[in-house]
Design a protein around this ligand. Sequence first.
Ligand SMILES: C[S@@+](CC[C@H](N)C(=O)[O-])C[C@H]1O[C@@H](n2cnc3c(N)ncnc32)[C@H](O)[C@@H]1O
Length: 231
Amino acid sequence: MDHTVYDKRRYPIVDVRQGYSQWVRTYEQTVEDEMDLRLLERLRTVDWSATRRVLDLACGTGRIGAWLRRRGPAAAIDGVDITPEMLDVARGRGVYRTLSIADVRDTGLADATYDLCVQSLADEHLPELGPLYREAGRVTRPGGHFALVGYHPQFLMAGVPTHFDRAPGEPVTIRSYVHLLSDHVKAAHAADWSLLEMDEGLVDETWLRKKPKWEVYRGLPISFAMVWQRT
Ligand SMILES: C[S@@+](CC[C@H](N)C(=O)[O-])C[C@H]1O[C@@H](n2cnc3c(N)ncnc32)[C@H](O)[C@@H]1O
């Protein structure tokens, strides 16, 4: 479902590549670790330190690669993203083995290569989830995992799309789609993934200390994590 059905902000909408090529200048200062790293920390079904080959889908500026490197120092981490400017920042971190400009739905990488795929905060930019789960399934070895963290559909439905300030006082929205959690289950099952674990993060005191204006969203789920295993 297109996010505009729920959008209460009504900012101008830009496409993904254009949006992130501009957001890259302030991205690291605006994305809160509570969104994704806090959920990744809580997952119990992935042995991060034992994982040898990892693919970071929609790696952006490399926040997740840096987190993975701390958890599993020996892992070879590859990253793909469609926004070259985001990849340039990721390259500067020096934590990835390879970085390529590619769509998460068609990475061009070899079959059954990775022990683990991760994706954080990007599924809301895909109109359909099937191609993502199929591609992650193709490049993951049998028995391997896919850890996905997403912007919670309930928060998008509360009217707050993915947005940033293109210039001071000039917010824009990056085109987004709302996927129900059941949409994830259907798409993943159709691509032979089994759900091992799921978690959700709420707007709580930690969030409100950083964003006092979000009092109106107190208690709403803002992000979710799912761990899938390739059957
Ligand atoms: C919110 S950022 C998340 C970046 C990183 N995973 C993180 O957690 O900081 C979303 C990223 O998804 C990328 N992206 C969106 N759609 C994509 C697609 N179809 N294929 C590859 N990358 C995509 C964007 O270019 C952007 O870098």
